[in-house]
Design a protein around this ligand. Sequence first.
Ligand code: GDP
Ligand code: MG
Length: 437
Amino acid sequence: MSPTERILKNISELYESGLGGSGESMGLKAVAEDPLIGVTCHKPRKRVSCMIIGNHSAGKSSFLNWYIGETIQKTGVAIETRGFSFLTSGRKREELKGDATLAYFDHLSEISQFEGINANLFTEVSTSKEKNFSCVDFIDSPGLVDGDMQYPFDVASCIVWMADYVDIILCFFDPIGQALCKRTVDVIKRLNVNHAEKMQYYMSKADQVETELDRQRVLIQITQNLHPHIKNSHAFNLPTIFLPNDSNQHLGIPNALEEVCEDIDKAIRMTVQKNLTALKEDCDRLIVRMDERIAEDKVTKKTNGKNRNYGLLLTLVSWGVLSTIAFLVFCAFYQQPFIQAGMGKLQSVAPEQAEQLAATAKMFQIQDSTTLQYVLAVLIGFYLVLFITTKMIWKSLPTLTKKEQTKIVEYKKFVKGMHKIRDDLYKEYFKQLNSDL
Ligand SMILES: Nc1nc2c(ncn2[C@@H]2O[C@H](COP(=O)(O)OP(=O)(O)O)[C@@H](O)[C@H]2O)c(=O)[nH]1
Ligand SMILES: [Mg+2]
């Protein structure tokens, strides 16, 4: 396994299964998606995606066969036979069709929105270890042609849709075919809206042009036609490439085939950097969220405490009101017998005692029953208001349990540990930059 492949794999594993790499340990993704934390986090892909576009017969499939050192992609096929063909490295040679391809590349499942596409998706799994194939997934796109050609799906829109998911797009123009057919130009134009930085252009099958003058003419013609549709056109470069064989090796035509490989390698390096950055950002995001979660919990606990105190106070007041109501009702029912008892006693006790008894009896004497009803109504109303307010205030918001708090602390330790691993991966990445990729 090359160092780059190992780094990409390690990053992916940190998201999947965490530090130990064993099945039981939790990955960064599972930590992030624990409802306790609730952060969405995407696992970076282990491989770089490289799409090849161009007119029919531009040499796309032949280039892929050359890259992986195996004749896997059919070449020179009839126009109407192929859809999108994925080429990926695996332990066993395998061919997948339609839905199986979507299951294999599940991040692409939404491509099904394009009518007629599913039956035109293919995957070739190859065991090749050539060049950096183990770090790249290739997407061989249907050859573009003009005229009456009926595609079973909206080919231009599918290519543009796919561009969102790829890291590099190689555009092949051959000097003889319909390099600048309307469809190709339209796709290039649309891809340049959002993906200009992913695009790399080549004049393929350059060995088919015999003289240097003709080659220059073709290059100028392609450049002029593409120029208006390309962003950063001042930096536009169209290296010539061809697949070497016994008869074309000594023609003296410049062959930038190694440059294509270097462009793919560059995309791999960019992806490693992008994934390392994503790892750091995800870790930072998670730590911020965990700190927030603890801080939020502190605030909730404080609020709950405050609410409880207010609730208690209001309950005490409402109990007071309730007792007053009870007392008044008691008086209303028992004032007559009480006064009468007092009056009866008046005659048999000493005058000063009689005065005291009379005062006590008066205290309980509520003269006007309408006033009593009014007072009672107000008090009952007040009690109800207090009761409802207490119910509203004395609400306890959910807080973290001890177990949950411990879990967050452990998560935080775990995520902080990732920083160290990431630094080590970075070191490894820089080290291998000086050697071969
Ligand atoms: N002379 C020459 N022929 C090539 C080269 N690359 C591919 N071809 C031929 O061009 C034809 C179409 O190639 P293919 O890879 O099927 O093109 P695709 O339709 O873009 O996938 C095949 O017959 C290949 O053998 C090249 O660099 N030089
Ligand atoms: Mg092809």
